[in-house]
Design a protein around this ligand. Structure first.
Ligand SMILES: Cc1cc2nc3c(=O)[nH]c(=O)nc-3n(C[C@H](O)[C@H](O)[C@H](O)COP(=O)(O)O)c2cc1C
Length: 251
């Protein structure tokens, strides 16, 4: 029997198992696994021992790009990141950016991207996949997926900083962003029917990637489509924020 390909899910929500982002993430993984070709490991970043980067950049001088600090969980995580076929970063949007724990880890693995040696972003026709770094060392054909949830609905606006950051680091075609809007309200007020609709869409998306090796723009649009109508959502969010302190699901 052929060896299974590896999916690594990097869970960056500080809520760990209670993360709302895990709902679409797990459904996407189920879709990916449906043909039996993949096996999956979840790493909860918040539970890992990760010291902050010291800023020396000595990793870029080492042949394998590794950090000089070897006494925490980063060397183990780095090995798994390098050797996986699909890496899914599952994270909530925090202030239009990444949760702090994920950023601390990303700084520690900066040696996984090519060093900056004065290169410039290309312009015009070649600009699309132009980047300042790009990954080195990762398994051939590896796919990187950013699966992120947020509270807002206007995905183009709220994910612009993340897109810009990853376009510059990895190149536009070096990763795929799937953004899941309205997640907080869905998690707490969606009810089983809406949550199952969401799961079904993400299962379909994962299945498409497993079967075709690609994610079409149609599949991404389908996963990203808000579940609540705009009016219903505004009413819900207003109620949610107004009664923030009356609830026990708020922890
Ligand atoms: C500190 C903080 C900052 C946030 N910033 C944003 C934001 O900039 N835009 C947005 O749409 N949602 C924002 N949110 C909402 C979360 O992204 C949203 O609730 C997400 O679905 C939580 O996912 P999780 O349950 O997996 O942690 C923020 C939440 C927190 C706690």
């Amino acid at each position: 029997m052929a060896e299974k390909k590896k999916i690594l899910v990097m869970v960056a929500s500080p809520k760990n198992e209670r993360s709302g982002t895990l709902i679409p993430t797990k459904a996407f993984v189920e879709g990916l696994e449906q043909n039996g070709d993949y096996e999956t490991e979840y790493i909860f970043i918040d539970k890992m021992h990760i010291k902050p980067c010291r800023g020396c950049l000595s990793c870029w001088g080492r042949e394998d790009g590794s950090c000089f600090m070897k006494d925490d969980d980063v060397p183990m995580i780095r090995e798994k990141l390098i050797n996986s076929d699909i890496v899914i970063w599952s994270f909530p949007l925090f202030l239009f950016s990444l949760p702090g724990q994920m950023k601390v880890l990303m700084d520690r693995i900066v040696g996984m991207v090519h060093p900056y040696m004065g290169q410039k972003l290309k312009e015009g026709a070649n600009a699309l996949n132009s980047h300042l770094h790009g990954l080195q060392f990762q398994k051939e054909g590896q796919k990187i997926i950013l699966l992120s949830s947020c509270a807002w609905m206007d995905l183009d606006v709220v994910y612009e900083p993340i897109r810009k950051q990853f376009d510059i680091i990895l190149g536009h075609e070096g990763y795929t962003l799937i953004a899941c809007p309205q997640m907080r309200a869905l998690d707490h007020r969606g009810g089983p029917r809406r949550l199952n609709m969401l799961r079904e869409k993400y299962r379909k998306g994962g299945a498409e990637l497993a079967t075709t090796g690609k994610l079409s723009q149609e599949a991404i649009d389908m996963m990203q489509k808000p579940i609540f109508s705009e009016d219903a959502y505004v009413t819900l969010v207003t109620e949610f924020v107004t009664h923030m302190f009356d609830r026990d699901d708020n922890f």
